[in-house]
Design a protein around this ligand. Structure first.
Ligand code: 13P
Length: 253
C-alpha cells in the first residue's frame, strides 16, 4: 500500500518571517491527520527556520533544487549535504519552471538526483509535457523520456523511495487541471515505464504525485485514481487552510 504524499511547492514566495508563520499555522491544522505524508518546500533561505518550527511534527521539509557538486567554487549553489543538514528531508528536482527558465535538462536532472541520493536526501522528480506536446499526441513519449533520462543514475535497489511528480505544464498555475482520467492515463504509463526500468515490485512502491492546479475541490477525485499517490501543490499551498483541505481530501478512503 502506497501512503499518499502531498507536498506544497512554495516556489519564489514567502520571506523567512512569513514562511515560519505559514508553517506553524499548517502544523496546527494538520497535526491530527493520519495516513498522509506531508511536506512543504519553502525557499532555501527558509529551510532552517521552518524546519526548526516543524520539529516533531507530521510536516516535513523539502528543498526546491540542489546542485550536483558537493562543494567548491560554484558561487550561489547549494549542495545536497547542506540542504540535508539545514533540515530538508526531500528535494524537488527538474520542476518545469527550472527546465523553462534555468536550462534544466534530463542530464542535469539525473546529476542532481544522484547527488541527492548520495547525501540521503529523498527526491521528487518532476516531469510533464507542454501544451504543444500534448496537442501533438506525443505526450507519453515526452514524459517517458524525461522519466528515463532523469532516473539514468538510479539503481533498482534505491528506487523504491523515489517520488515522481507528473505535472503537465499546461495545468500549472492556469486553473486548468488535467481530468482524473487524463492524469491516470499518464500515471499508469509512468508506472509501466518504472516496471521496465526497475521491476514490478519496485514500481509498485514508487509514489507518483499529480501536480497542476490541485485544489481542495478536485483533490479527492484525482486521488481516487489507482496510480495517483498524492499531489505536488503550488498556489493552493500558500494558504494554510486551502493546503490543509487538499491534505484531508488525500486521506485513503
Ligand atoms: P499550481 O498548483 O499553482 O498549478 O502549481 C503546481 C506546481 O507547479 C507544483 O510544483
Amino acid at each position: 500500500m502506497r501512503v499518499p504524499f502531498v507536498a506544497g511547492n512554495w516556489k519564489l514566495n514567502k520571506t523567512p518571517t512569513e514562511a515560519v508563520e505559514l508553517a506553524l499555522e499548517l502544523r496546527r491544522l494538520v497535526s491530527s491527520v493520519r495516513g498522509v505524508e506531508i511536506a512543504i518546500a519553502p525557499t532555501a533561505v527558509c529551510i532552517v527556520p521552518v524546519a526548526k518550527k516543524l520539529e516533531e511534527s507530521n510536516v516535513k521539509v523539502a528543498a526546491q533544487n540542489v546542485f550536483w557538486e558537493s562543494g567548491g567554487a560554484y558561487t550561489g549553489e547549494l549542495s545536497a549535504a547542506m540542504l540535508k543538514d539545514a533540515g530538508a528531508e526531500y528535494v524537488i528536482i527538474g520542476h518545469s519552471e527550472r527546465r523553462t527558465y534555468f536550462g534544466e535538462t534530463d542530464e542535469t536532472v539525473a546529476k542532481r538526483v544522484r547527488a541527492a541520493l548520495d547525501a540521503d536526501l529523498k527526491v521528487i522528480v518532476c516531469i510533464g509535457e507542454t501544451l504543444p506536446q500534448r496537442d501533438s499526441g506525443k505526450f507519453l513519449d515526452v514524459v517517458g523520456s524525461q522519466l528515463i533520462g532523469g532516473l539514468a543514475k538510479v539503481a533498482a535497489d534505491e528506487a523504491a523511495e523515489l517520488v515522481i511528480a507528473y505535472e503537465p505544464v499546461w495545468a500549472i498555475g492556469t486553473g486548468r487541471t488535467a481530468s482524473p482520467e487524463q492524469a491516470q492515463e499518464v500515471h499508469a504509463y509512468i508506472r509501466g515505464k518504472l516496471v521496465e526500468r526497475f521491476d514490478a515490485q519496485t514500481a509498485a512502491a514508487i509514489r507518483i504525485q499529480y501536480g497542476g492546479s490541485v485544489k481542495g475541490s478536485n483533490a479527492a477525485e484525482l486521488m481516487s485514481q489507482p496510480d495517483i499517490d498524492g499531489a505536488l501543490v503550488g498556489g493552493a499551498s500558500l494558504e494554510a487552510n486551502s493546503f490543509a483541505d487538499i491534505i484531508r481530501a488525500s486521506r485513503p478512503q
